[in-house]
Design a protein around this ligand. Structure first.
Ligand code: CA
Length: 379
């Protein structure tokens, strides 16, 4: 009897542990299991109400949606102990003030892409996108299997921030052009909206980089103020209507091969949470990281088809020679940028070493496999 009793208790314990894990993973669980699983972890009844400011417009698919999802999941999994109220760009602070607002402790959470903060510390750029750098898979591997996240934490610590990877857009598109790019010389005099390191490369190639806020890109392209623009990928580009203002849709997005998004927390606020809530928050960030990439991968293909078949967009791959020259220029730009601070040098060294090893493996795994299974043209 005693043995049976022990086994019964042990299995209840295992079920409760499983239910707790299922909660983190978003699987369904019954109310009573939920209470039983949560009970031992509740140290205090203290409830936290936080605010999150993002750099995204309201209702922007995947990006702003993802932040809303993060808040919803955290409330569910913590049984309401941590509630996060999400504000889109401009609703509480201007879009590019989110980093400072969270750093100052005005609000507890922010979301953006770390290359926005290059002016504060050039090293931030490596955690979002490096031209001809790593794709989404490589970036995730660097963060979670290499030194990436550790370096990111080191980079944000002086700003009183704790960063967490927020998922990737995957490889972006090269952009929308009203002039064909046949040789590298076609960049000379080209007026293009392209931010960040990619913009510095286009400038090196002789282009004129124009920085335009999201809402003004379409009009500028339509009126010829700019000859070209990049944005994200088919899902978001379709929504912006660029196909009505530009003739050619170029790929691949060499300048943003797997742009990572981010969540960042005020360090003091993060550390004030009980350990179990900190772990839940980390787990939900990671869950969202996967959700964001999956949304892009699941929806970009259909959007691309719509652009081609319904809107007759001409899809063109950058010529190989152009890409090779842009790559050489990118390496120069990245090295110039890396020299700006000791931390940027350190982060660049880690990034390069990781890309070299991961890339060598990718060549005999992912690349070799894609070469076999993708003979069909995108159109
Ligand atoms: Ca972009």
């Amino acid at each position: 009897m005693k043995r049976r009793d022990f086994l019964r208790k042990a299995s209840i314990g295992a079920a409760a542990a499983l239910a707790a894990t299922a909660g983190i993973l978003g699987c369904g669980k019954k109310e009573e299991e939920k209470k039983e699983a949560a009970a031992p972890a509740v140290i205090t009844e203290k409830k936290y109400e936080w605010k999150m400011v993002t750099t995204w417009p309201p209702k922007l698919p995947v990006l702003q949606d993802g932040c809303e999802r993060l808040a919803k999941r955290m409330e569910e999994v913590s049984d309401g102990r941590l509630k996060i109220q999400v504000f889109a760009a401009g609703e509480l602070v201007p879009p590019l003030e989110s980093f400072q607002a969270v750093s100052d402790g005005t609000v507890e959470v922010g979301s953006g892409a770390s290359y926005y903060w290059a002016g504060k510390e050039p090293a931030t750029q490596w955690f979002s996108a490096v031209p001809f750098g790593m794709n989404a898979q490589g970036m995730a591997a660097w963060f979670h299997g290499g030194d990436g996240l550790k370096l990111w934490e080191e980079c944000y610590a002086p700003f009183n921030l704790v960063p967490r990877p927020g998922g990737s857009t995957g490889v972006q598109m090269g952009g929308w052009f009203n002039k064909k790019i046949n040789t590298i010389d076609d960049y000379k005099g080209l007026k293009m909206r392209i931010p960040g390191l990619g913009g510095k490369v286009v400038a090196k190639a002789g282009g004129t980089v124009v920085l335009t806020a999201g809402g003004e890109i379409f009009t500028n392209l339509e009126r010829g103020v700019i000859d070209a623009t990049e944005w994200v990928g088919p899902l978001h580009d379709l929504r912006m209507g660029f196909y009505q203002a530009a003739k050619y849709y170029y790929y691949p997005g060499w300048h943003e091969p797997g742009t990572y998004l981010e969540y960042f927390f005020n360090k003091k606020a993060y550390e004030s949470l009980p350990k179990d809530l900190q772990h839940m928050l980390d787990a939900i960030c990671m869950e969202n990281e996967l959700w964001v990439l999956s949304q892009f991968e699941a929806r970009n293909g259909a959007a691309l088809q719509e652009l081609i078949t319904k809107h007759n967009v001409e899809l063109i791959q950058f010529p190989e020679e152009v890409l090779n020259t842009l790559r050489k220029m990118s390496l120069e730009v990245v090295e110039e940028e890396a020299k700006k601070t000791p931390l940027a040098t350190k982060v660049n060294d880690s990034f390069k070493a990781f890309q070299k090893v991961a890339g060598a493996w990718g060549t005999v795994s992912e690349k070799a496999y894609y070469d076999i299974i993708s003979p069909q043209e995108p159109a």
